[in-house]
Every structure is written in C-alpha cells, then in structure tokens.
Design a protein around this ligand. Sequence first.
Ligand code: BGC
Length: 736
Amino acid sequence: MEQNAFIDKLISEMTVEEKAAQMLQVPVSVVGMEAAREWARKGVGSFLNVLGDDMRELSRISCEESRLKIPTIFGIDAVHGHCLNKDATIFPSQLAMACSWNRELVEKIGHITATEVATEGIQWTFSPILCLARDPRWGRTNETFGEDKYLSGELGVSIIKGYQGEDLSDDTAILACAKHFIAYGEATGARDSYDTEITMRKIRDEFLPPFKKAVDAGCATFMTAYGSIDGTPLTANEKVLRGLLRDELGFDGFLVTDWDTVNALIRRQKVCADHGEASNAAAKAGNDMIMSTLEFYDAIIDQVKQGKINESYLDEAVKHILKVKLRLGLWEKPLKKGVPGSIGCQEHLDTALEAARDGVVLLKNNGVLPVTPDKKIRKIGVIGPNADDIRAQYGDWTYFTHPVPGIEKEPQRPFVTLLEGIRKQCEGTGIEVCYSYGCSVNRRYYYKGNYPGIPEFMEMCYEDNAYNADYYQEMPLVSEAARMARDCDLIVVAIGDNYNQVGEYNDRANLEPSGMQAALVRVLSKFNIPMVTVLISSKPLAIPEIAGRSDALICAFNGGMFGGQAVAEVIFGKINPSGRLPISFPVLTGQVPVYYNQFPGWHEGRYVDCPKDPLFAFGEGLSYTKFEYSELAFDKETNTVYVTVTNTGDFKGTETVQIYVNDVVSSVMTAVKNLVGFDRVELMPGESRALKIKIDEDAFTVVLPDERRVIEPGQFEVMAGHSSKDEDLIKIMVTF
Ligand code: BGC
C-alpha cells in the first residue's frame, strides 16, 4: 500500500485515546516499568530513558498487545557518544568536538554513536544542540558547537548525516533531533530556560540559520526549547513552531516538546491555568509529541470531547510521527539491530582518540612546549583537581550525571586521564612523574588525615592573600602540592570545572575558576619552574591571571575517554595541536557577552575596568609550526574564495583556514565580521597549497526590519586567515 494511504488508514482506525497516546513520550526512569507496560498497551508513541531487557519488553508489548500494534520509538540523550551506557564509546563533548572544526570527523562520530545506540535497539538520539553559546555563564555551553551560527550549522549537518545515514531504515541509522527550537541559549542572564529578550529579526539573522540547515539536511525530529521569546513560551508559540519551522522552513519530521514543558506552561511560566489549557496550547502551537507530561493524555482527550480543540490537530501530529516511524521501517523491524559487538569496539575507541587529539587547543606557548629530550626535563609534577578525575574529563550527559536505572556509576575502562597520559609518555624516558591533587574544584574539602603540608608553604598561601574563609581547609593540599613541585623541572597543572557545575540548573554567575584553583596556580608560579596549565572544563573560564602566569596554556574542555592522552601527546610533541576555539574566552565574567561577531559601536564596547577584546578569541589556537596566507581572491559566480596557505615553520601541521565577511555599509547594523567558510589543510614544512573554499550561500545577505533576508548591493570585505582577530586576517574588497 502506498505510504500515505497506509498512514491515513491507520489514523482513520485510531480512537481519540489512541491518538493522544501516540502523541505521548513516557519517561520510564520516572514512571517505572509497571506503569510503562500499561502505557505500552495503550499504544504510547515513544519511551525515553530505558535500556536493555526493559526496553525490549516494552517494544514487544506495543507491537503485540496494543490494539493497533503500532511500534513505539525509544529515545535517549546520546549527545557525545552513547554515554548513558557505561560500555559505550565516550567522545569529547559537543563543544570539545567543535574545537576540531572537522566536518568529516564529526560525521564519523555521529555514525559511530548511531551504530552503538542502534546496537542497543534504540532508534533516536536527542542530539545535536544547535543553540549558540554566546554567554558562557549558561550551564549548557558544553552541549553546543560554540558561539557561531555558521560553525554550528556546518557541524550540526555533519553530525545529523552521521546519525541518520543515507536511509533511516538502515540497521545503523537513528533519528537525529535538532534542539532546542529556538534561541534557547539566549536566555536573559544566561539563566537556563528563562525568557529571551530578542526580536524575530534577530532570531532569523542569528539563531535560525543552523536549524534551517538541519531541516535542509533532512533532520527527522526537532525539540522545542524550554524558554520563551518576549513572553511567549516556545511550547505555546504557534508563530515560531507552526509558522516558522513547519510552514516556512518546510520541516517534515515530528516535533517533540522538551521535558515536561506542557506542565511548565502552568507551573513555571504561568500562561495556562490547567492541563486542559496547556495541552490545547501545546497541540495548537504545533508540538507533535509531548515529552513526560503524562497529564496531557487525559487533558487532550477531554479537550477534544468538549470541542475545545479540533481532532484534526491530533491527526496531523500523529501523521508526522507515523511518517517517521514508517521511514524507520519499524513495522518490519521494531528495534534497530546495529552491529553486534560494536559497542565500545576498538575501531570506535580509535575515533574517540582521534577526536580528542583534534580537539586540543594550544592557547599560549612561550617555547616550553613541546617537551623534547633537549629540554632535559628530569621530573614533572602533575598537579590539580582535574589531572586525574575522569568525571571532570567527561563532563555532562554520561552514566555519571544521568544514570539510567540498573547502570552502575563506577568508572568504566578504558579511559586515560591527563596524569595517566603523561605517565605513559614518560615511560622509558627516565623522566620521573609525581602527582599531587592540589585542591578541589568546587567543594569545601575537610582534610582528615595527617597534616601533609609544611609550614613554609602554608605561609606562602596566606602571604599570597589567597586565603578564603570557605576554603581554608584546603590549604594543606595546596601546600602539599607546592612542596612536591619545588624540585620539579616542569609543572603541569590541570584546573577547570566539575560535572556538578555543568548542565541544566547549573548556570554560573562567576566564570573565575572556583575554589582554590587560582591560588594553587599562583603559589606554584612562585617557584619560576616552567608551568603548563591545562584547562579541563565544560566552558571558557575567566583566567587572565592564570594565563599570564603560565608558560603554556592548553584548552582541552571535556575531551572524552582519551582527552588526557591527547593532551599528553601534545605536551610531548607526539602530535602537533590543530584545535581552534569555537567560542571566545572572556577576561572577566562581567565582560560577557564577548563573542567575536558583535556590532560596531560608538563606545567601542569597552569598560573602564576591562579591555574590549576577549582573552582568547573565536578561531584562535596555536600550532608548533606557523602558517602564512597570500593570494586571496573571490569568484562571485561560484561563491568561492581562493587563498594560498604556506607552512613556514619546522613541523608538519594542520591549519584551519577561516573565511569571514563584513558588509561595509548596510541599512541595518551588521556584525563586524561573520564566519562564512572554513577548511582544514595539512601541510609539510615549507609546503604551500592553493585552496578553493566555497562559502555560505547567505554570506552577503542581511535580514531587514521586515524580516526578509536580502543582499544589499555595495562593498564587502572578504577576509581569510588563522582566527577571527583582525591581525590574523588578510582581506580584499568585493563589490556586489
Ligand atoms: C533537556 C533535553 C533532553 C531532555 C531529555 C531535557 O531536560 O533539555 O535537552 O533531551 O531533557 O532527557
């Protein structure tokens, strides 16, 4: 039977109750298996947060015991690998992946994740996040591809292709979910899920482009954002969900709400009085599937029966869901098969290592790196709370932070922390490695054992004015680290944040490293021993003093299983770092937002007590070699930039060539520059390559006050170079 006819027939046979159930997604981790079985019998559309035998049982019940035997879909947050399963491959966080600026790698990560998720039987991941992280105080910064719309859109398309493959019915293809629609990262004050003070013009200009690319790439599902735009919650925002996403962009998959957002319309956002109103508003706005608000079921049935909503709204939503189920081939294969034996297999682990390597960003190096035999290092002191803490290295959305019932939380090998990576690099070299914890990231630590420090270093902590009443209990730890460090030839200090400072509900008002971490670095720097600081964190932190005191600074974010190994390989020159920042680092918290594509302004965006520029800008990242740019040209016919890049240093290296455009005069203000293209090129010492880089089709457009995107004729600067900083770019003028 023709597909539409099959679905139409099915819908014509469904009762209102069955339609309401099909629109519901039930969280098994919350309701438990007994209730979940009942929901499966009612013909529920989807379950989330269930693995293994429980999942298989629910699948069987929906296929065999529900009246119409419509298979159910299982969804999970596999956002940097299938990380809620402790045996799976854990990749760098989305932000750390973005440091690679590597489309092929990100697609491969998507494919491997899909394979592992599918091997479990599951057909759907709630990934990727395509929101921009323009205010790093936001707790979910780590889940994004950074601050830029073009980079997020490109990497978003890559990971979607990786998840969904060529055909959704393939054994290793799963549904991607572009989330959270829309402008979720723009919550005022970076307070997660809060109201957003932006206009529709701004949304079209900045926040829509990555989602538009996701629709064009065939992303099968989207998720609504928790927040609101100018007072209207997204869950009830018909203009945005139905008008913009469905009608204008032509999205033809299904749209799921975020967790319990229908309830939030009543309890948190207070725009609906009860579940009847909230369910009605959510369905009319264009949500097809309702995540976790179980009250929706009775409420929407009642609304239909009372004539408050036309049943056609339910028909339409169910049709969107069933069409996707059909594309998945669920009637033939209710659960995915994947590739047996592939979860955490060697080939996948190798890609996790490759991703960790590509994501390491070297931000400062006064020559201390790489550590080579001629530097005659005999003893390395590895210090700091994040040097040997796999949970900090993993960040959010793993079996530690989001445990699924039945999965233990003990760290599962293989993984390599920084300490382990450095020890490995030093094996057989005669270099001694010693380790000290230094201080905790963010908890008051009460030292229980014998006092391990020595008075002179305790004094140093006090003299240094690092004393902080909350943390004074940690002084012995700092002092112990100082005692250990004093006869080392190199100090590697790993600081950052911890998984309990990351994610939903965990926004920060202060981006300075928490606890005694800054004091630890300050004390260690007094020995004048070469010092490498490694930032293992979920986001940029405000670290001007730490950067200043360090001889080298490496940003590793949350590097996944082999994050520690990759950083160690960079330190010892086994690999030449090629990562670039997908997000800017503020000097002070009060300087945010400090993203690179700001508007020009009369007061030059500066403060009396803080510079205008970020500490490290979007696109920055050093290599052990140097690259030079020449022969920049642009071809209007093909929208292609031509530029030659030369490796002028002594090491083989990979350069990320970045292309920016500035609309010189426009009728509305436009950013000082916008990224419109990039490519990676590996060059041997002395080698030159002439590159052709096709740039974004919207590169020369502007969004007018009436929300139309047009090209305004005039002059444009086309820039190419190493980072978003003016001094790193060469430019030409182009006229349209
Ligand atoms: C998050 C989503 C996630 C969902 C399901 C929500 O709280 O905002 O990103 O996919 O939970 O776990």
